[in-house]
Structures are given as C-alpha cells and as structure tokens.
Design a protein around this ligand. Structure first.
Ligand SMILES: Cc1cc2nc3c(=O)[nH]c(=O)nc-3n(C[C@H](O)[C@H](O)[C@H](O)COP(=O)(O)OP(=O)(O)OC[C@H]3O[C@@H](n4cnc5c(N)ncnc54)[C@H](O)[C@@H]3O)c2cc1C
Length: 504
C-alpha cells in the first residue's frame, strides 16, 4: 500500500509524502498519531509506518514503553522490570516474529525451567521446556497431562495465531482451535478433574490464575492451556537487560521507518494533537470519553461505561544479596514461580479476590530474572519481582504477605533482602493511567469481555468518532506483551482510511 501524499500549501515539508518528518522540524500533519507508547501503541505505530504512513507517537510519561520498562527502583545497579517481566506471549506473537525483531528475540534468555510451583513439605511441580521431563515428574497423571498439553504445544504457532486474532476471524487452523476451544472455554476447576494427584492441578492452577479470575470461571482453563503449552513450545523467557529492551526495539523500528516519538506530553483531548487522518489511542476505555468529548455518541458511551475493570495487583520488588534459597531444587532454576500451594488454596485465594477481599495467603507470581540474566544486579546479587492479586483499587500494602509466601517455600529469604519497594494497586495508575486501580490486564477477563472488548462490536478497534481508534489491551486479544491489539487496530486504520485490505 502506498503512503498518503497530500498537498499542503503552507507546509514546507509538503513534498515529503509518505516519509515522516523528524521531531523538532515544523510539522503540520501526520497520517496517524498514536497516543501512548506501550507495546500495543508502538506495534500500531510500526504497522502503520511499515505501510508508508507518516506516524507520530505521543507519550505522557517521561520515558516510552508503558508496561515494558526497566528501572533502578531499589538500589543503584539493580535493574527491575517495573511491569512485565516474563515473555511467553512475546515469544509466541506473530508480530514479534518479523525479522525486524531478530535482535530483540536474540535478547530473550531462557531460564532452565519456565515456571515452577512449590508445595508445602519441600516438593514442587514444574513446567520444564521438555514435555517429556514434565510428564515424567507428574507420575500417574503424566499421560493425561501429555494428552491435554502435548498437541497444543506441538502446534503452538497455530494456537497463538488463533488466540491472538480478533474473535471474528475464521480460524486458519480449525483443528487445533477446535481442540483448544473445547477445553479452553471451561473453568480450571473443571479442566483438572481428569487428574488424580495434586501436582498437575496445582501446576495448571498457577498458570490459570494469570487470568485474575476465580478458578471456577469459564476460560480460566484457556489461560492455563495457552501459557502451559507456551512453556514447552517457546519457554517463558526474560529479556537480557530487562523488558525495556522491547520498547527499545519497537522505538528503533519505528524510527527506522521514519516515525517519530514525543514523550512527557499527557494528552487531555484529541483536538490538541497535530492534525492527522487517524488517531490511534493506546488508552483505557475510561479515558475515551474525556479525550473525544461530546463527539462520543451517548449510546456508545453507555456501552463503554459497562466495561468492567479486573482486580488489581500489589507489586513488590526486592534487591537481594544472593539467589532465593528455595527448598525445592527445581525452583532454583525456575524463571517464574507460582506461590500459593495446592490448587484448592490457589482457588480460594482467587475466589477471595473475585469477591473483593484480600486473601490472608495471597497467590503470588514471582520472577527471578537472575537465573537467566546475570546483568540485572551487581556480582552475586539478585533482583526479585513479584505481585499478588488484590481487589481493584486496593491501597493495602501486601509486601509482608507476599514475603511470607516466599519465606514459606524459601526459609531464610528475609536475610537476603537489601531493599524492597512496593506499589499498591491504588498507586499503579499514578505512572500509567492504563493501570488505574492496579488492573494490569486491560479489563476483567470474563468470558464475554475476553472475546468482545471494550464493547461487543464486529470491529472493536473502531470507535464511533470519525478517525479515532482504540489499540490498548482493552481490545482483543487483551493483556500481555504481544503487540497484537496494536497490529489489529492499525490494520483497521489502513483499511478504513488508506485503502488497505479488509482487516482480519
Ligand atoms: C506489574 C505488571 C506486571 C506485568 N507482567 C507482565 C508479564 O510478565 N508479561 C506480560 O506479557 N505482560 C505483563 N504485564 C501486562 C503488560 O505489561 C500489558 O498487558 C501491556 O503493557 C499492555 O500494553 P498496552 O500498550 O496496551 O498499554 P501500556 O503498556 O499500559 O501502555 C499505555 C501507554 O499509554 C500512555 N498513555 C495513556 N494515556 C495517555 C494519555 N492520555 N496521553 C499520553 N500517553 C498516555 C501510558 O503512559 C503508557 O505508556 C504486566 C503489567 C504490569 C502492570
């Protein structure tokens, strides 16, 4: 597709056509302006710039990246992922498979064990890269686990193509999507009835809990299946140097294509943006009415108001003097740890959060990047990253409760702590309005809202406001660092405004 060419009588760069002027030069018009530089905003910008469009990204925070940032937030020399840390979805994403991101993918470093789940008494269950090793460790439940996960792991690229696509698209791989759909639509509780022991249900419950839903809820099985299949197929890598590498790669690609980025400018209204044919918003649905004002039809506004946020997270980061002394050996090489004990205990914690309560022993997701990336901390020292689920907007500091869960499975952990930093759910939105209330998934992952977000619509990236589109994780396929919300939104823009093919 050719980029747009327009005549601007008063524009000294009128002859630039599809090429994009650099920041700092006088600019009167772009083909597209993207508000927000999270992975979806930048993926949208890159997709539009690849089509030859003049694209400008406006970010409110002083640095780009949204959920992909790495900072020294505890002590000098300790580099923490402020938000995303483990990247199975990036490894699966068709967008990041492009050769332009070869350099980024070469920075994906793999823990020996993608994720592990310690149990009381010193044992643990783990998703190894090797399906065989995982099956062997599950004993009598191994064959049932292989039958459930094996075919999905074998066809992980096809599975990712399906689950990261807009729901309206006819599946390109119907057999694998039918297999996934049959079980994925169920609850985790229903899914694990096939197992006799405690280990496999605990392992899958930890993965399912990434949905931040009660484990009795539909689709929690789907989260478990995708994330566990990913562990065997592509791993749960971390980024060498931190997840800011994702942002660096996206910004570099955008700039290579002639796109531009401006930081430190919070957009209050789309009318204050430079003139453009399309505006693509990497924002939460709640921000849209304010940004477009009375141009939003009341009917759409009412539907948008029905959008439900998910629960929140309380985030904790530590600077440690050494590696965490997990009792279970397999946890020492796990990139991600799921702390919460048995399936029943994880289910109880998630049910409490779903009912608006703080669990006494919260389910915690912990990432120890140092098992694969020694650059995060000075020699011998480590960083540790964790969050636990809490009710939306909670201002309760859960650091002691999270630390107690770590100590439960790694006695002596407290002796290693050099520094600790907590951000409550209530404060997460202070630096990124998309994370208001601590909701890190762009909205509740109910069945309806996972398939249709932010409102039920044939193409949810379009808004009824002429030329304004949404691309954040509050559109399909939802939360996580995969960039596909941005890609699908950009394809809609290209079709609607620049003569591109119908978006699929
Ligand atoms: C604590 C935490 C842990 C996570 N862990 C993982 C993980 O391990 N793996 C994973 O895959 N995902 C993880 N996620 C989720 C992942 O980070 C998000 O799903 C992803 O970043 C969403 O991308 P996005 O582009 O939609 O929005 P965001 O990344 O939130 O980016 C939105 C951007 O838009 C900007 N913005 C918003 N409004 C305006 C405005 N009005 N004007 C200007 N700029 C604006 C914001 O400042 C922000 O930079 C985590 C998230 C959090 C918070």
């Amino acid at each position: 597709m050719a980029g747009s060419t327009r005549e601007h009588a008063d524009d000294p760069h009128a002859s630039l056509g599809g090429a994009c002027p650099r920041v700092g030069r006088t600019v009167t018009e772009y083909d597209a302006v993207v508000v927000g530089s999270g992975p979806n905003g930048l993926a949208a910008a890159v997709t539009l710039a690849r089509a030859g469009l003049a694209v400008h990204v406006v970010e409110g925070a002083p640095t780009p990246g949204g959920g992909c940032r790495t900072e020294e937030i505890t002590l000098p020399g300790f580099h923490h992922d402020v938000c995303s840390a483990a990247h199975p979805l990036l490894a699966l994403s068709p967008f990041f498979a492009d050769p332009a991101f070869d350099g980024l993918r070469s920075r994906l470093v793999h823990p020996d064990v993608p994720f592990a789940h310690p149990l009381d008494g010193g044992g643990a269950v783990a998703a190894h890269r090797s399906l065989d090793a995982t099956v062997d460790a599950l004993g009598p439940d191994g064959p049932a686990y292989r039958r459930l996960i094996g075919p999905l792991a074998d066809h992980a690229a096809a599975l990712a193509d399906g689950v990261l696509a807009p729901v309206r698209r006819v599946p390109r791989h119907p057999a694998i999507m039918a297999r996934f759909g049959r079980t994925g639509v169920r609850s985790l509780d229903g899914l694990v009835r096939r197992f006799e022991g405690e280990a496999a249900p605990a392992l899958l419950a930890g993965a399912a809990a990434h949905a931040v839903r009660p484990l009795s809820a539909p689709l929690t099985a789907g989260f478990a299946l995708v994330l566990t299949a990913a562990a065997h197929a592509v791993g749960w890598p971390v980024l060498a140097g931190g997840s800011a590498a994702v942002t660096e790669a996206l910004v570099a690609e955008l700039e290579r294509l002639g796109g531009t980025l401006e930081t430190g400018r919070w957009v209050q209204a789309v009318d204050e943006l430079p003139r453009s044919t399309a505006v693509v918003l990497d924002v939460a649905p709640a921000a849209l009415p304010g940004l477009v004002g009375d141009r939003l039809p009341p009917g759409y506004g009412r539907r948008l108001a029905r959008f439900r946020s998910g629960p929140g997270v309380c985030k904790v980061d530590w600077a440690l003097s050494g590696p965490v002394p997990w009792t279970a050996e397999v946890c020492r090489s796990g990139g991600t740890l799921h702390l919460g004990g048995t399936r029943a205990e994880v289910a109880a914690a998630e049910a409490a959060v779903g009912a608006g309560r703080h669990p006494e022993r919260p389910f915690c997701i912990v990432v120890q990047p140092g098992v694969a990336d020694p650059t995060r901390a000075p020699d011998g020292a480590r960083t540790l990253w964790a969050y636990c689920h809490v009710p939306y907007g909670s201002d309760r500091d859960m650091a002691d409760a999270v630390e107690a869960q770590v100590e439960r499975f790694a006695p002596g952990f407290g002796d290693l702590v050099l520094a600790r930093r907590t951000v409550t759910a209530a404060r997460l939105g202070d630096t990124n309005p998309n994370e208001a209330g601590g909701d890190i998934g762009g909205g509740a992952n109910t069945l309806a809202q996972t398939l249709f977000r932010p409102v039920p619509a044939w193409n949810p990236y379009r808004t009824p406001v002429d030329g304004v589109y949404l691309c954040s994780s509050s559109t399909p396929p939802g939360g996580g660092v995969h960039g596909m919300c941005g890609v699908h939104a950009a394809r809609t823009v290209l079709h609607d405004r620049f003569g591109g093919p119908p978006p699929v």
